[in-house]
Design a protein around this ligand. Structure first.
Ligand code: GDP
Ligand code: ZN
Length: 455
């Protein structure tokens, strides 16, 4: 395909050791030659793919910066086109100045996500792999990064291709048999079509099942730490995040507002809020904090309900146990280093997961990790099987699944093979849309809309 040569700053904008200006398109090497002089005297257009050379960037006879030019030749580049990456110093001014020189030398400014879009349009990657690029860049945990990398490397595409190819040959067989009954074509049996449908259903369903877990790993769980004042919420949060953030004090009610933090517990990201203690109060400011905390609690994905091992249950504790019944909860019995006065019978009757810790010295942290992973359902998270990572993908797979189920129902209700073929073809077009093999410009634009310039 033939497009303009485009350029953009591909590294994050800010001060850094290096900044990379990427140029992609038929004239990438010629454009680089207009603004780059290598020390060796070799022109960029004379360089082989996957080679680098050191030199200076200049414009109108003035040196701008030192840089390394790295050359990729089509189709062996990110975009599938000729690419030159200029690594200069990573300053805000310098990178913009180098980009300006490149644009003045004849490149057009790249649009948001244009490099990845070109990779897609040039057939280097499919849509799921393009979407995985964003997921890799935005990953905030090991699990999220691993899942995104597996998709980038084609885990999802391979699985989808498998189902799609089975359905395609089934549909082809069905129509050949219907259209040319007198030819020597193997008979289509209801059993064989049902078999194809069943295996497609199984595969698509397992992909759908991966979605929730994938979202949990990617976005984290909205988690509330609640418990009466002084039970040790802030200390637990500090233990989990590894540094001091909330104010830890001996005066009940000091954590007045919601403190937010993102911590990684095992493979799971928790978006933690350490709330004001849930108690009745006349203090107006504290009351606002408590109301907000209640709301958070009702909507959270995980509640860490904290109890004090050295005290008996009180009214606040009973209220907390009541709230814990309606959200996924872990009862965290804190201060196990102190003498036990807490009777946990009532807690264990109402909350399934109980973990004993001493937040002040870190005892029991591993047990808490295991309980969190169990509730998140991430112990069996297997990203190499391909994980659906966004709503677009989920809807396409859901629609494909529904169509295959429809095809199977049609067979079982004794409908004609024609009706079955229509449903199978619906499923196929959903899958083609998912990978982007057959899709509208609108869908493609929407996917790349989420990228920023330089990617
Ligand atoms: P919060 O009001 O629930 O946030 O409680 P804090 O985290 O502010 O802790 C209140 C007090 O309990 C502080 O003096 C902490 O040092 C203390 N504390 C917290 N966890 C433990 C623990 O595991 N053992 C003991 N002995 N003291 C703790
Ligand atoms: Zn606190």
């Amino acid at each position: 395909m033939n497009y303009d040569t485009v350029a953009a700053i591909s590294t994050a904008q800010g001060e850094g050791g290096i900044g990379v200006i990427r140029i992609s398109g038929d004239n990438a090497l010629q454009i680089a030659d207009k603004i780059f002089n290598s020390i060796s005297g070799k022109k960029v257009t004379e360089m082989k793919g996957y080679t680098a050379s050191f030199g200076k960037i200049f414009e109108n006879g003035e040196d701008i910066d030192e840089a390394v030019a790295l050359v990729f030749k089509a189709p062996h580049s990110y975009t599938g086109e000729d690419v030159v990456e200029l690594s200069c110093h990573g300053g805000l001014y310098i990178t913009k100045r180098v980009l300006r020189a490149v644009l003045n030398a004849g490149a057009a400014p790249a649009q948001a996500g244009e490099f990845t879009k070109r990779a897609f349009l040039n057939g280097k990657i499919d849509l799921t792999e393009a979407e995985a690029v964003i997921d890799i860049i935005s990953a905030k945990s090991r699990g999220a990064a691993r899942a995104a990398l597996c998709v980038k490397e084609g885990a999802l595409r391979k699985k989808i291709d498998g189902v799609k190819n089975d359905l395609l040959s089934q549909a082809a067989h069905l129509s050949a048999w219907a259209d040319y009954p007198e030819e020597d074509i193997a008979e289509v049996t209801v059993d064989s079509v049902i078999e194809t449908c069943d295996s497609a259903i199984k595969c698509l369903q397992s992909l759908l099942d991966s979605y929730d877990c994938g979202q949990t790993v990617k976005k984290g769980i909205d988690t509330v730490i609640a418990g009466r004042p002084n039970v040790g919420k802030s200390t637990i949060m500090n233990l989990l995040s590894g540094y001091e953030k909330s104010i830890v004090t001996d005066i009940p009610g000091t954590t007045r507002d919601i403190v937010e933090d993102t911590v990684t517990v095992g493979d799971v990201v928790l978006n933690l809020s350490d709330t004001a203690g849930l108690r009745d109060t006349d203090d107006a400011v504290e009351k606002i904090g408590i109301d907000r905390a209640r709301k958070r609690l009702e909507q959270c994905g995980l509640l860490l309900a904290v109890f004090d091992n050295s005290r008996e249950l009180d009214e606040d504790d009973y209220n907390l146990i009541e709230s814990a019944k309606s959200v996924p909860s872990i009862a965290v019995i804190n201060k196990t280093d102190l003498d036990n006065k807490l009777d946990i019978k009532y807690i264990s009757k109402n909350i399934k997961y109980i973990v004993y810790i001493s937040a002040i010295n870190g005892d029991g942290r591993d047990d808490l990790t295991k309980a969190v992973e169990k509730i998140a359902g991430t112990q069996n998270f297997n990203p190499s099987e391909g994980v659906l990572s966004n709503e677009r993908q989920r809807i396409a797979v859901k629609n494909a699944l529904d169509s295959v189920i429809e095809a199977k129902n049609a067979l079982e209700f004794g409908m004609t093979f024609d009706a079955v073929t229509v449903s199978i073809e619906d499923a196929i077009s959903q899958l083609l849309e998912l990978t982007g093999e057959r899709t509208s410009d609108e869908v493609v634009d929407r996917v790349f809309h989420n990228f920023c310039v330089g990617k």
